[in-house]
Design a protein around this ligand. Structure first.
Ligand code: ATP
Length: 340
């Protein structure tokens, strides 16, 4: 029996890169049924909400979703769709592996790190108000429950994947209470994992160390905002946003999506790199115990990247999204035909 997953095409380059991923998944023999659920800017205009209840119901029902980037209309009173999804479905862990890929132009060798970002609180709690005219306040919420939960997730991930070190990133020298509590929870969890080294780095120093010696980092544990910013920095280390996948994981459901946004500057031009969403789908396949299809896609992607002509513009090539996808599909079909 085939598995049904929720597919959110999203806005901007979202429909192009999710369609590419769907073709690749089908060619790899993943055999999913897709429950397609539009969300985002156009949906807000048509249905009065960029994230209608049907989308959340579909994800709760199917427990797994593949998602393109989504725009939340600004200035219309809507809370961010991404933040709502993460909070309403309690997708508390954002996992983003960042690796140097063979044959991709990049400045650094040997990068192989994982970002573990707390996904439900911090400055993303959306608690902002005007104190008096000319003075506003944004509240950063850090709780013991969420900090301990994300620290445990980071150490468990490290243990499962054979990783050696967790680095907690913070600014507790300034935010003594909030980041102080985040660190206190991380330290307590770290004590229960004596085989995994634990260290702490102030976020500004972490950014400098990341561009000086990225190969020395393993698992990075961050609260929400630092996780967002450091993710893009790390994407830049390995060739850009077109390559970095992600998973939002909770105890009941998981949503797989790229780190990048809607890229309105290239949307609709067949220029987007679909590999970040394709890599996210590989994470999804492994989450669903479909390791065979995951490995087939991984091999095909490496095959494609070794040929400069088939790389997209962001990686210095000239291939369109559709050409790269067609090439991947051909490789996967050929591989399956040879195996049968
Ligand atoms: P949003 O507001 O949705 O976050 P944005 O443009 O601010 O959109 P991104 O979408 O992350 O942020 O894009 C940042 C830059 O990276 C843009 O120049 C964009 O074209 C480029 N980019 C992002 N994703 C891709 C991709 N998949 N392929 C090629 N270029 C990309």
């Amino acid at each position: 029996m085939s598995t049904t997953i929720t597919l959110i095409p999203g806005d901007g380059i979202g429909p192009e890169v999710t369609e590419a991923t769907r073709r690749v998944l089908d060619a790899a023999g993943a055999g999913f049924e897709y429950d397609v659920q539009p969300a985002g800017a156009e949906v807000a205009a048509a249905e009065g909400d960029p994230l209608p209840g049907r989308v959340l119901e579909s994800i709760r029902r199917n427990r797994v979703a593949l998602k393109g980037p989504v725009t939340t209309p600004v200035g219309k009173g809507f809370k961010s769709v991404n933040v709502r999804l993460r909070q309403e479905l309690v997708l508390y862990a954002n996992l983003r592996p960042v690796r140097t890929l063979p044959k991709v132009p990049h400045r650094f060798e040997g990068v192989d790190l994982v970002i573990v970002r707390e996904n439900t609180e911090g400055l993303y709690s959306g608690l902002e108000h005007e104190v008096v005219p000319g003075v506003v306040e944004s509240l950063k919420i850090i709780t013991e429950v969420a900090s301990t939960r994300i620290a445990r997730f980071a150490f468990e991930h490290a243990r499962r994947e054979g990783r050696r070190r967790v680095t907690a990133v913070h600014k507790a020298n300034i935010m003594k209470l909030s980041d102080g509590l985040f660190l206190k929870c991380a330290r307590e969890v770290a004590r229960r994992y004596p085989k995994i080294a634990y260290r702490e780095l102030i976020v500004d120093n972490a950014c400098m160390q990341l561009v000086l010696r990225p190969e020395t980092f393993d698992v990075l544990l961050l609260e929400n905002l630092y996780g967002d910013i450091v993710s893009d920095l790390c994407a830049g280390l390995v060739g850009g946003l077109g390559l970095v996948p992600g998973a939002n994981i909770g105890s009941k459901v998981a949503i797989f999506e790229a780190v990048h946004g809607t890229a309105p500057d290239i949307a609709g031009d067949d220029l987007a790199n679909p590999l970040a969403v394709i890599f996210s789908s590989i994470m999804m396949l492994r989450h669903l115990d479909q390791g065979g299809a995951a490995t087939r896609i991984e091999r095909a992607v490496h095959g494609v990247l070794s040929r400069a002509k088939v790389r997209t513009r962001d990686l210095g090539g000239t291939a369109k999204t559709s050409e790269l996808t067609a090439h991947l599909v051909r490789l996967l079909r050929r591989g399956r035909a040879a195996a049968s």
